[in-house]
Structure formats: C-alpha cells, structure tokens
Design a binder for this molecule. Structure first.
Ligand SMILES: CC(C)(COP(=O)(O)OP(=O)(O)OC[C@H]1O[C@@H](n2cnc3c(N)ncnc32)[C@H](O)[C@@H]1OP(=O)(O)O)[C@@H](O)C(=O)NCCC(=O)NCCS
Length: 177
C-alpha cells in the first residue's frame, strides 16, 4: 500500500483511529453540501472508513488520508476509487473547509493521478461532480481533465470529466520543459 508525499502534504493510509477526524468532515453540512445525501452520521462514517480500508485490500488503489506537513493535521481525503458501478477509475477529494482555496486539493489530485498513471498504468481517470460544484470542477480543470459529458452516477446528475494517460504525460512533459 503506497504512501505519497507532495510539497505540502502527506498522503497516508487511513487507520481505524481516523474516525473522529473523518467524522469532523463528513458531519459538516457546508463541506458535504454537494455530496450524496449530505452529512453522515458517525455510524455511516465508520462504515465509509471500513469501506476505504477494505477497498485498499481488494484493489491496489484507494483513498488516502491527507495530512498537512506543517503540523501533521488531518485535513481531508483524496484518491482513486471505482466510479459507481463501473470499471472506470475515479479521482475524488474532500477537504476540511478551513483549508480550501490554497491549491491543496489540486496538489493531492496530481499525486493521485501520478499514482494512477505511473504506478497503476491506467489508461484513463475520470472525475464527476454536481454541475453546481464549481470548485470541484475547477480542480478537475487545473489537473488537466476535460469536460466530456453530463451523466448520471450515484443517483445524481453530474458533469463528467476525464484525462487520458497520454494527455497526462504530455502535460507533465510540458511542465518539466
Ligand atoms: C472541491 C474541493 C476539494 C477543492 O479543494 P481546494 O483545496 O479548495 O481546491 P484548490 O484550492 O486546489 O482549487 C480550488 C479552485 O476552485 C476555485 N473555486 C472555489 N470556489 C469556487 C466557486 N464557488 N466558484 C468557482 N470557483 C471556485 C478556486 O478559486 C480555485 O481555483 P483557482 O486556483 O483557479 O483560483 C473543496 O472545495 C471541498 O472539499 N469541497 C467539499 C467537498 C467536495 O465538494 N468534494 C468534491 C466532490 S465532487
């Protein structure tokens, strides 16, 4: 199970001890406004946490806990999962609202894409968001994803973005040169 590091973040595996930190995020109505049915109970958060741990065991990918390097504080989660009931791999992220608009979701997302394309050798990674979730779409755009279509996943109408392996590496090379 991989752990990643970026300029400002550690992306580490979740442990059962992360329940309270995850619940702090999942119980916040502002953070959960555009997600599923909204806030989760502690029991629902516990189930999600077990699912995160199980998914890593079943697949060679999953969701990381995000820790800010400054103080090792838990600030959210980011990573790769199967999109709804499909074989497609989806990038997803949720951050503590006190850390929004500092480029941190973009930073964590780029690390997740690197893992997906460099380590897992995926051909394509997608992301979905409700149309009104402009911050999420902006992150998709900033990591090089392009809008493909409107679609329906997780019982919600969503916009569907994607990036292919070849585009990802082309963008990486452009940034290096
Ligand atoms: C979506 C989310 C993860 C973004 O995290 P973040 O760390 O703030 O993201 P970044 O700072 O990397 O980028 C955010 C971008 O969205 C922009 N943005 C923020 N709010 C916006 C809004 N209401 N309308 C338009 N753009 C907005 C920011 O200006 C920034 O773009 P810029 O760098 O071009 O200025 C965070 O808002 C969040 O956790 N939201 C709640 C959970 C969620 O919706 N997750 C996604 C589910 S699909």
């Amino acid at each position: 199970m991989q752990e990643l590091e970026t300029a400002r973040l550690y992306l580490r595996q979740f442990t059962p001890d992360d329940l309270d930190d995850l619940y702090r995020i999942y119980s916040d109505s502002e953070i959960m406004k555009h997600l599923g049915k909204g806030v989760l109970t502690k029991e629902e958060t516990q189930n999600r946490l077990y699912a995160i741990l199980e998914t890593w065991k079943q697949n060679n990918f999953g969701i990381w806990a995000l820790l800010h390097k400054i103080d090792n504080r838990f600030i959210g989660r980011c990573g790769l999962v199967f999109l709804d009931k499909t074989p497609e791999v989806e990038l997803g992220y949720i951050l503590d609202k006190h850390y929004w608009n500092r480029g941190l979701a973009t930073e964590a997302s780029l690390a997740s894409l690197h893992y997906g394309f460099d380590i897992l050798k995926l051909e394509k990674i997608v992301a979905v968001a409700r149309p009104e979730n402009l911050a999420s779409q902006r992150v998709m755009q900033k990591v090089g994803m392009k809008y493909e279509k409107n679609a329906r996943y997780y019982d919600s109408d969503v916009v569907y973005y994607s990036i292919s392996r070849s585009v990802y590496f082309r963008l990486q090379n452009l940034q290096l040169n």
